[in-house]
Design a protein around this ligand. Structure first.
Ligand SMILES: Cc1ncc(COP(=O)(O)O)c(C=O)c1O
Length: 397
């Protein structure tokens, strides 16, 4: 770009122009997809210099591609971080961020409410390599302090937490992490950088599932880790690319394209979510609605302190049990029964048997993740069409 100082530009402009270079050969405004696994060199001297890092250049597709670098630049700019490393999925990004920091014998303090896959990563994989995990209610700073031990290295938080949408105070957690010399990692998937920037509140590292709102169209998987240049290059890029969880150039292109419309989509996701939350709050067949955008939500003020919006996901308990839940979901016509979230289309699911199967029975019981607990990811469809679909399905139970 000609003389553009991104630090002076606003989010919507960065979403369009950040990391976007017209093709230097043809002038094509949309940068080409560098769909190649390897690179050739003019001669063996240049090959050796590039492969040994003495000269800048591309080494191999697993290392990175130009399309990946463009995506990483855009995400780093949007999240307000020094650098970003993209991965083949959100779970690959989360695993990489943790593996990049941990050694056998280290301890992690983690929010009790996190995506089921993250819970599974700690419980089923990292624990086998001598990493100890303590799950705590990160809404309670005393409990977080009490869980920290001599070998604690990471404080891991997801806010809002999937699927109960509980908010963790980022500033307070950052202070605790600093005091105890921990790395503070935040999963910002639900808010995206459009609604929340954890680095501004003192987080060290932000992780994302780019599969969700960032790409936004339900057609690819991707993930990202954002943090200081030193961490991304030394702790993450070099060792963790050995895992081979490389994001493909075509996927980078899709996520880059999706990010250009992130602000517009997030506004509409949020508008639909607010309407759905209000509809559910007024519905006598609903026991409780969990959405931080509702004034009745006990964490509404905290949400406003650190978020610029409330996102597109609403969770709720219906009156009754599994039979009523199934009847409601099975009678929906427009809204799809599916895991995942952040797509342009609305998706609904039962976390206890779908996304959050691997969460422990104790945590499920504590947070009410029962058969009548439902999560809806509101898309960008017409609001009335969504409410009508919900209403006709509710009339069947
Ligand atoms: C909050 C959150 N983080 C991470 C992930 C994992 O991302 P991916 O499915 O891209 O691996 C998910 C997936 O649902 C999620 O909801």
């Amino acid at each position: 770009m000609k003389n553009v100082d991104f630090s002076k530009l606003n989010f919507e402009t960065i979403a369009v122009h950040g990391g976007a270079e017209p093709c230097p050969v043809t002038g094509a405004i949309v940068s080409p997809i560098y769909q190649t696994s390897t690179y050739t060199y003019e001669n063996t001297d240049i090959a050796e210099k590039i492969q040994t890092g003495k000269m800048p250049g591309f080494k191999y597709g697993r290392d990175h591609s130009k399309t990946e670098i463009e995506l990483e630049e855009k995400i780093a700019l949007l999240e307000g971080g020094e650098a970003c490393k993209a991965f083949a999925s959100g779970m690959a990004a989360i695993a990489a961020a943790n593996i990049g920091l941990l050694n056998a014998g280290d301890h992690v303090v983690c929010s009790e409410i996190v995506y089921g896959g993250t819970f599974g990563l700690f419980k089923k994989l990292l624990s086998r390599y001598g990493v100890e995990i303590t799950y705590v209610d990160t809404n309670d700073s005393n409990k977080v302090e009490a869980a920290i031990k001599k070998n604690t290295k990471i404080l891991y938080v997801e806010t809002p937490g999937n699927p109960t949408l509980g908010i963790t105070d980022l500033e307070t957690m950052a202070e605790i992490a600093k005091l105890h010399n921990l790395k503070f990692i935040v999963d910002n998937t639900f808010m995206t950088p459009y609604f929340q920037n954890p680095l501004k509140f003192g987080a060290d590292i932000v992780v994302h599932s780019a599969t969700k709102y960032m790409s936004g169209h339900g057609d690819c998987l991707g993930g990202a880790v954002i943090g200081k240049k030193d961490f991304i290059q030394k702790a993450l890029h070099d060792p963790v690319t050995k895992l081979g969880a490389t994001i493909s150039p075509f996927t980078c292109f899709l996520i880059k394209r999706g990010l250009q419309t992130l602000p517009l989509r997030m506004e509409k996701h949020q508008q639909n979510a607010m309407s759905v939350a209000k509809y559910l709050e007024d519905n006598p067949k609903v026991e409780k609605v969990l959405y931080p955008g509702l004034k009745s939500n006990s964490q509404h003020e905290l949400a406003k302190k650190q978020m610029r919006g409330f996102g597109g996901v609403v969770s709720f308990h219906i009156k009754g049990g599994l039979a009523e839940t199934k009847k409601l979901l099975d009678n929906l016509n427009l809204i799809h029964i599916a895991v995942s979230l952040g797509d342009v289309g609305t998706l609904i699911e039962i976390p206890s048997t779908m996304t959050h199967q691997s969460v422990s029975p104790e945590i499920k019981a504590k947070y009410g993740l029962t058969d009548s607990f439902i999560r809806i990811s509101c898309g960008i469809e017409n609001t009335d069409d969504l409410l009508n679909d919900l209403d006709q399905a509710f009339s069947k139970i």
